[in-house]
Design a protein around this ligand. Sequence first.
Ligand code: GLP
Length: 240
Amino acid sequence: MKIFVYENREILGKEAAKFIASAIRKNPKLVLGLITGETPLECYKELVRMYQRGEVDFSQVKTFALDEYLELPLSHPYSCKSQLLETLLRYLNIPHKNMHFLDASSPNPASACQAYEEEIKRVGGIDLQLLGIGLNGHLGLNEPGSPFDSRTRIVELTETTKTYLARYFGERVPKKGMTMGLGTIMEAREILLMAHGQAKADIVAKALKGPVTTKVPASILQRHPACTVMLDKAAASRLP
Ligand code: GLP
């Protein structure tokens, strides 16, 4: 793992955007796994600025959303799809057919998960997967206890995650989600994990330097051959 620590989340976001832009310049047909939440917001703003300045072209890039909430219309402002469109995708020149989302409104969400796996395979796999980390160490919605070989599937959210998500959903927090599995995530050729803020310091230290265990899903990243980690000073403050 290559770990980089930056002064604050703004600088982290800019460096992450540069990292992604450089991957796109090397491979204009990059297949990019996208995340939602607070973590990528600075990075996404910078990617939009870079695109507007003509520094990076997304016209051949394909994207796959990491996860989605169930029992929520996809048009809900805090569905992962809406968040990705509003914070990033609508500002870039990615053709709509190249954007992939987990279809939570499908009458058969389990087969939608399987179809997502097949679509990822069909495009040749994910080249670069972005990741954030949950307070309990989750990746996507792979909560503690998720098998390391899990695939895209429907999952129950833990109390920690539901409490965290109340900031977006109030009393109507989704109880379930769809997420790429840990096995799916680990097949990405390259991974960029980002975390900022003091609240993540403990879990970041456990995930990066503690034992590799399903109790801390993000600890599996220690086994990935090409994982870059970008932290701000606060999130890095408990690293040994
Ligand atoms: C959410 C998402 C994850 C995200 C994580 C961290 O539940 N499903 O994909 O990485 O929790 O969220 P945040 O970036 O808001 O801290």
